[in-house]
Design a protein around this ligand. Structure first.
Ligand code: VGL
Ligand code: ZN
Length: 194
């Protein structure tokens, strides 16, 4: 399916941070493979003057999602640490881009970029109706950001060529994609954009 970008569109790049990359604290297998395709989307949206939102996991050091603090994950993306930085090759446009930090308070976790953030109001202020979502992890933050966006009334495109999952259990990412499609998301690859 060919899709034409309009002024109602925004790109959401989910959690492309060092700790989610191979060698990081909570590595997503082949997580770094999303960087190249995402950069293509970022350049395209940016050239067209469309906003690009970068979510980031931004946890305090004793966050409840961490092992030893009531959670299941190894400590990751601790505020102001190297692991919380974006992948060094990720293109961050100088204009019309927004950094959305989530999971910032000790006692709450957020897998969705909409949870506890200003993402919805920033999109609404700009008249955005369609979101294009890629990044990591397919089965956690990408999934919850897509579902959260659909619940808030956005039309969501899942960027199939720019996502990677953790697959704590094999098949988790496939299941997550099914769930997103069942909720109304539509898959898209870069070549389908005109
Ligand atoms: C994520 C696990 C824990 C994600 C964040 O970005 O998908 N996964 N925190
Ligand atoms: Zn986290």
């Amino acid at each position: 399916m060919k899709v034409k970008l309009t002024k109602f569109d925004a790109l959401i790049v989910v959690d492309v941070q060092k700790d989610f990359m191979p060698g990081g604290a909570l590595p997503v297998p082949e997580g770094d493979k999303v960087v190249k395709p995402l950069n293509q989307y970022i350049e395209l949206f940016s050239e067209k003057g469309l906003p690009v939102f970068f979510t980031r996991d931004w946890h305090p050091k004793d966050h409840i999602s961490f092992k030893g603090h009531g959670g299941v994950w190894p400590p990751h993306c601790v505020q102001d640490t190297e692991g919380a930085q974006f992948h060094p090759d990720l293109i961050i446009p100088s204009d019309n881009k927004f950094i959305i930090s989530k999971g910032t308070s000790r006692d709450f976790d957020a897998y969705s970029g909409f949870q506890g953030t200003t993402l919805d109001s920033l999109l609404k202020e700009r008249g955005i109706r369609r979101i294009f979502v890629g990044g990591v992890a397919t089965d956690y933050c990408v999934k919850n950001t897509v579902l959260g966006g659909i619940n808030l009334g956005y039309f969501a495109f899942l960027l199939l060529d720019a996502i990677k999952g953790v697959d704590v259990k094999p098949g988790d990412s496939e299941k997550a994609i099914e769930e997103m499609l069942n909720a109304g998301a539509v898959c898209l690859t870069y070549q389908e954009l005109e």
